[in-house]
Write a new protein. Structure first.
Length: 159
């Protein structure tokens, strides 16, 4: 009895799907050649076509990084409460050798991007940063018009 009801149900379902496909195909057929439907391009339509073409060129030329930025920043596959990692420090001050004559003072700065230890004096540059002042356990630098102040912290070993 149970198998019989399953067979009847599947037959009815197959019948409904076949009939639905037939109706769908009938509605989506091309118009007959006997029906003359022609599209006339008017000046107004030409303006619309040109504006659509301009928009599509604008989208194509758009920077792909900017386009995907919201998707990258709001990744749905990250765990809840995820925060982006802190950017590593660009410069680490290991120590200073300051004297009363500021021109003779030296600072030992580790640059994380090039992974090099620099011995610098006032006026020297590291990358785009220029050393403006060397004091006791601190250094002031100018990078792109912004002042960076480095201070000696806990002693770190070179990596």
């Amino acid at each position: 009895m149970h198998i019989r009801s399953i067979l009847i149900t599947s037959f009815l379902l197959l019948l409904i799907l076949t009939f639905g496909a037939f109706l769908y195909q009938k509605n989506n057929t091309q118009p007959n050649s006997s029906t003359n439907t022609s599209i006339q391009i008017t000046p107004l339509n030409q303006q619309n076509i040109k504006s659509i073409q301009k928009k599509s060129k604008h989208i194509d030329s758009k920077n792909s990084d900017e386009f995907y930025k919201p998707i990258i920043e709001n990744n749905i596959f990250r765990r809840l409460g995820w925060k982006p990692p802190k950017k590593p420090e660009e410069f680490i001050l290991y120590g200073t050798a300051s004297t009363e004559d500021e021109r003779k003072s030296k600072a030992y700065i580790y640059e994380t991007q090039s992974k090099r230890l620099h011995t610098v004096k006032v006026g020297d540059t590291i990358g785009k940063a220029k050393i403006t002042e060397i004091g006791e356990k601190q250094v002031k630098m100018d990078k792109d018009g912004k002042e960076i102040k480095l201070q000696c912290g806990k002693m770190r070993l070179l990596r």
